[in-house]
Design a protein around this ligand. Structure first.
Ligand code: MTE
Ligand code: MO
Length: 248
């Protein structure tokens, strides 16, 4: 009798906590600003996102290193979208590459007061930041490099984002795209980088301009930037098999 009661009670506790867990999960998803695509597989994103956002200060800095820590740095994904043989060949990229990026411009669009095309020089005329950080790729490797560029937050401030804006979307010449929220966009170490280890960004690392999102895993640092689009709503990426939010 006693044993049976215990089992029943334990069962009740398990059932009860599962129900509470389920309810909390439902609440998290319902109230979360994280996109979930309504997919059960995406629920993990909401947990990571909510947990990180709740636990960490919004401006906590990623660790910065010294010059002695700079390591060799593999290039992944697209090697050169100017190569006609490459499966991510881009005619526009090939054209600007032929010109050594003279006249290259970054398009900034969407929910901003001053949409337009911005030259590298105009981005370089804003205050610049140099940081030595560790890149972590989802494939398991890490590498340390020095990056120089302008804080994305400063750029967004200078083009003026509308109060309803919530996402910053990055579109690359090779077809790659990803997005971040305003907390990461205004993080002091989120920069549009044109320099790597003291020289202009090499082609294989995303010339002429890439984003560095130091508070997330490597694939959020989109290379070969072509367009930045500010939106109120989540627009992408679609399901690329990687979590949308991957705070580190
Ligand atoms: N446009 C573009 N950006 C990209 C990628 C890509 O294939 N195309 N790969 C991502 C991934 S998975 C990683 S790990 C880093 C690699 O940056 P690196 O080539 O400078 O090492 O770029 C990210 N940004
Ligand atoms: Mo990666």
């Amino acid at each position: 009798m006693k044993k049976k009661q215990l089992v029943t009670r334990r069962k009740a506790i398990i059932t009860g906590s599962a129900a509470i867990g389920g309810f909390l999960l439902y609440k998290t998803i319902k109230s979360s600003p994280t996109p979930t695509y309504g997919s059960i597989l995406r629920m993990g994103d909401a947990f990571t996102y909510e947990a990180q956002r709740a636990l960490l200060s919004k401006k906590a800095l990623a660790k910065e290193y010294s010059r002695d820590d700079i390591s060799s740095f593999p290039a992944t994904g697209t090697v050169n979208p100017a190569d006609e043989g490459s499966k991510t060949y881009s005619k526009e990229y090939a054209a600007t590459h032929r010109n050594a990026f003279a006249g290259w411009e970054l398009s900034i669009e969407g929910r901003v007061n001053k949409p337009g095309k911005y030259s590298l020089e105009s981005l370089q005329s804003l205050p610049q930041r140099t940081q030595i950080t560790r890149h972590s790729c989802e494939e398991g490797w890490t590498a340390i490099a020095e990056w120089t560029g302008v804080q994305l937050g400063r750029v967004l401030q200078s083009v003026g984002i509308l109060p309803s804006a919530r996402f910053v979307n990055f579109y690359a010449y090779d077809g790659f795209m990803d997005s971040i929220d305003m907390t990461d966009a205004f993080h002091p170490q989120t920069i549009l980088a044109w320099g790597m280890n003291g020289i202009p960004l090499p082609i294989q690392h995303g010339a002429p301009l890439r984003v560095r999102v130091e508070k997330q895993i490597g694939y959020k640092s989109v290379k070969y930037l072509q367009r930045i689009v500010v939106t109120d709503e989540y627009v992408g990426p679609g399901d690329i098999g990687w979590a949308w939010y991957t705070g580190i």
